[in-house]
Design a protein around this ligand. Structure first.
Ligand SMILES: C[S@@+](CC[C@H](N)C(=O)[O-])C[C@H]1O[C@@H](n2cnc3c(N)ncnc32)[C@H](O)[C@@H]1O
Length: 261
């Protein structure tokens, strides 16, 4: 799944949370998706619960799974600290067995990009479909890399994200990406810099990761091959149609209804 030269960023859930837990551009959308499901919900690639915990707090009957044991352990600690009862399993989104059917299953924040081959993508979609109730929905969010992304100069780290730390100092995420436009892939050497209040480096943490991008019509074919009955696409969390390069792609794929209609 990831390059073996450095550890995966998902081996360091505390750093992940310091960087990303405050991101909320998508949280209201997923909380509403979970709350309005009318039945149980599963988040695959749930991480430390950035979305799952607010959804649980809002009353959703939501389970989670993630391949990284450290992310699941942190999610469980956070749930316990918040007094929330949550079922979260260490499992691979390409081959999981939860022993339960769900009204909705979702994969947020580019988690599906960690399925790097067509067999991996299909395995994830088929495992999800097997866990859906009739007429249930699988919902996936993926960035939609357009020409500006593919033509970025390479061989130079990009400051992708920066957060101020409580008590002073900051964290910076620098991403040195190699892109393969034919394979629709990005291999990243990630450095997370801890800076003190005077911007002096205190520590640097190195990771490797890879992502495979997927475009609309390819995803339609994957949904069809996996056995979904129908699908819809959005271009943003405000519900806009998918039109522009660099939109956010949110795809809803539905299992066949019970009456076969
Ligand atoms: C970008 S993070 C998103 C985490 C969380 N959903 C969020 O929005 O903050 C992607 C997550 O997918 C998980 N992941 C990667 N490959 C996976 C796989 N094959 N099966 C399950 N989880 C996987 C990672 O461990 C990580 O927690």
């Amino acid at each position: 799944m990831t390059d073996s030269r450095n550890p995966s960023p998902y081996d360091s859930p505390e750093l992940y949370d310091l960087l990303f837990d405050s991101l909320d551009f998508d949280v209201p959308y997923w909380v509403e998706t979970a709350r309005s499901a009318g039945g149980p919900v599963l988040e695959i690639g749930c991480g430390t619960g950035r979305i799952l915990l607010p959804a649980r707090r809002a009353g959703a009957d939501i389970d989670g799974l993630d391949a990284a044991p450290a992310m699941i352990a942190r999610l469980k600690d956070r749930a316990a600290a918040a007094g929330l009862v949550v079922r979260a399993e260490t499992a691979d989104m390409r081959a999981f067995e939860m022993g339960r059917r769900y009204s909705r299953i979702f994969c947020a924040f580019n988690g599906f990009a960690h399925c790097e081959t067509v067999p991996d993508q299909l395995a994830c979609l088929r495992s999800s479909l097997r866990h859906l109730e009739p007429g249930g929905a699988f919902v996936v969010h993926m960035s939609y890399p357009g020409p500006a992304y593919w033509s970025e100069p390479e061989g130079k780290a990009v400051l992708e994200h920066e957060v101020a730390l409580a008590g002073g100092g900051k964290l910076q995420l620098w991403d040195n990406r190699r892109k393969d436009i034919v394979a629709q892939k990005q291999d990243s050497e990630v450095e997370i810099w801890e800076l003190d209040a005077a911007d002096r480096p205190k520590a640097v943490h190195k990771f490797s990761t890879a992502q495979r991008w997927v475009y609309r019509f390819e995803l339609e074919l994957l949904f069809a091959a996996a056995g979904f009955a129908r699908w819809d696409f959005l271009g943003g969390f405000d519900g806009r149609p998918l039109r522009a390069p660099d939109d956010q792609m949110i795809a809803w794929a539905f299992s066949a209804p019970a009456n076969g209609g």
